[in-house]
Design a protein around this ligand. Structure first.
Ligand SMILES: [Fe+2]
Length: 187
């Protein structure tokens, strides 16, 4: 059985037996750590992607997921020398995403709505919270409602695996403007 198939089976088992999203994400993190350490993984990724750059869906599942059926394991390959682009701050709606770094490194920054302490509770601003560099082999996840921004670190484009607990094109979510503090519907 391929490393990806083994991971997918373990994740399906987590969704089938664990109702708590936090517990799910913790268990999936452990399985993803094992996946990242699999010797033949890059070959499997390249096979699934047909040697082309861009988004590669490694598995799409219609039966399991959180909060409803439909999860996905994906990655994205960026050609060397090409910018990975700066992703906007975003959430994952009612779902969550587990990020595993296979090659390179990414900086992760979380944001929270901060309300004024001067008695005005109607003008919140987004403030950076936890910020960390996620290196090769390391896992981080973002639970329902969490806002984060990801940026590549270093010259070589990183390879990051993402387990989306719900196919995100089915999820209502937002992107955030960190200067104007706007929350905009993301499609
Ligand atoms: Fe994200």
């Amino acid at each position: 059985m391929s490393a990806i198939d083994k991971f997918v089976n373990a994740v399906r088992d987590v969704f089938a037996n664990t109702p708590d999203a936090r517990a799910q994400a913790r268990q999936i993190s452990g399985h993803m750590k094992a996946l990242l350490a699999s010797p033949g993984l890059m070959q499997e990724i390249e096979q699934k992607g047909g040697g082309k750059p861009g988004r590669i869906d490694l598995h799409i599942d219609d039966k399991y997921g959180h909060p409803g059926p439909g999860f996905c394991l994906m990655t994205s390959l960026t050609p060397k020398g090409k910018s990975t682009g700066g992703a906007r701050a975003h959430d994952h709606g009612a779902s969550y995403v587990v990020y595993g770094v296979y090659k390179g490194a990414i900086e992760q920054t979380k944001y929270t709505w901060t309300y004024s302490s001067a008695g005005d509770w109607t003008a919140p601003e987004l403030k950076p919270g936890d910020r960390f560099v996620q290196k090769q082999g390391e896992i981080a996840y973002f639970l329902p409602g969490e806002i984060h921004k990801t940026a590549a670190v270093g010259d070589d484009p990183p390879v990051v695996l993402r387990l989306e607990a719900q196919l995100l094109d089915r999820v209502a979510r937002h992107t955030y403007d960190l200067e104007s503090h706007q929350a905009l519907s993301h499609r």
